[in-house]
Design a protein around this ligand. Structure first.
Ligand code: IPM
Ligand code: MG
Length: 356
């Protein structure tokens, strides 16, 4: 009997549905090639959930995802819901979702495709060979800290990490580094923040258990600069929630486009796979969104949650071939693009190159 996996799908808002449809297209082809089946169940989150059931994160979504082998997620948010009270906004649904699923480790790989070396705004010699894994703590830090508030005259948030939370994400980063170039750069703001001092001390303490991995520390402002100056110096970057949010967007432009970066959010329960970009309301419905970040998120899902390594490799090989043949969505189209294609054409071409 062939293997069957239950995949929960959250398309969300904006370009979410467009990019998820392309990932499903590719998954369907690769699963039939590799002899397993995927059973999809769709759930609501974000603005569409607010419009349909009155809240950004219905309980049904949580239950459905917990009951699945993995979750593929698009994007949420849009101007229409920006004026709602904060706890009712699409973003609050996503944060509550991450917290409820316990996905503390968000892995954001930024790897340059040789074929896209000209798509980056940086010079080829700076970016050739870039292969960075940003390990972002996802369910702590200033995003979740209390107290928080805004009375119109004074507003505040709290950045808080416990030692256990730092150890948990630190272990993940060191373990990932062991399978890579064995270098971890821990990013903080220890020259100013107490929470960063504990972060730095804990990482240093933890590094004693991983003698084969080299640990360095960097202040976040310097890290933002170094990512653009000399990105090749980085192997694994481990950092807290807000610094990871910011630095991963920078890392995405180093490799050419935010439309390329996938992510895996993992913890003790069902893992969530999502592109790092948002719902892009400005290009929604135009058919120009790049589906590669989402298709690569599906690749991470095949690899990490389903153990379908062959299928994951087949998609990656296909994406490389497609890029080599000069197919580009608008965000990565520069002078060497041969064919500028739409979102769905990109999905079709990647599907058609699978196994070729
Ligand atoms: C991301 C996004 C989210 C975040 C938003 C949509 C809440 O920017 O996944 O990087 O800040 O975590
Ligand atoms: Mg972000």
């Amino acid at each position: 009997m062939s293997k069957n996996y239950k995949i929960s799908i959250i398309k969300g808002d904006g370009i979410g549905p467009e990019i998820i449809d392309e990932a499903i297209k590719v998954l369907d082809i690769v699963s039939s090639c590799c002899g397993f089946t995927l059973e999809y169940e769709e759930y609501l989150m974000g603005g569409i959930a607010i419009d349909t059931v009155g809240k950004p994160l219905p309980q049904e979504t949580i239950d459905g995802v917990l009951n699945s082998d993995a979750c593929l997620f698009g994007a949420i948010g849009g101007a229409k819901w920006d004026t709602l009270p904060r706890e009712l906004r699409p973003e609050s649904g996503l944060l509550k979702f991450r917290e409820t699923m316990g996905v503390y480790a968000n892995l954001r790989p930024a790897v340059i495709y040789d074929e896209l070396i000209n798509a980056s705004s940086l010079k080829p010699e700076i970016i050739e060979g870039v292969d960075i894994m940003v390990v972002r703590e996802l369910i702590g830090g200033i995003y979740f800290g209390n107290p928080r508030g805004n009375n119109g005259q004074k507003a505040y948030n709290t950045m808080v990490y416990t030692k256990d939370e730092i150890l948990r994400i630190g272990k993940k980063a060191f373990e990932i580094a062991i399978s890579r170039d064995k270098r971890v750069c821990s990013v903080d703001k220890a020259n100013v923040l107490e929470v960063s001092q504990l972060w730095r001390d804990t990482m240093t303490e933890l590094s004693a258990s991983y003698p084969e991995v080299e640990l360095t520390h960097m202040y976040v402002d310097n890290a933002a600069m170094q990512l653009v100056r000399n990105p090749k110096q980085f192997d694994v970057i481990v950092t807290g929630n807000i610094f990871g949010d910011i630095l991963s967007d920078t890392a995405s432009m180093v490799v050419g486009s935010i439309g390329l970066l996938p992510s895996a959010s993992t913890g003790e329960k069902t893992a969530i796979y999502e592109p790092i970009h948002g719902s892009a309301p400005d290009i929604t419905g135009l058919g120009i969104a790049n589906p590669i970040a989402t298709i690569q998120s599906a690749v991470m899902m095949l690899r990490y949650s389903l153990g379908e390594e062959e299928a994951a490799n087949m998609i990656e090989t296909s994406i490389k071939k497609v890029l080599k043949e000069g197919y580009r969505t608008q965000d990565i189209a520069v002078f060497d693009a041969k064919h500028i294609v739409s979102t769905s054409e990109m999905g079709d071409i990647i599907s058609s190159f699978i196994g070729k």
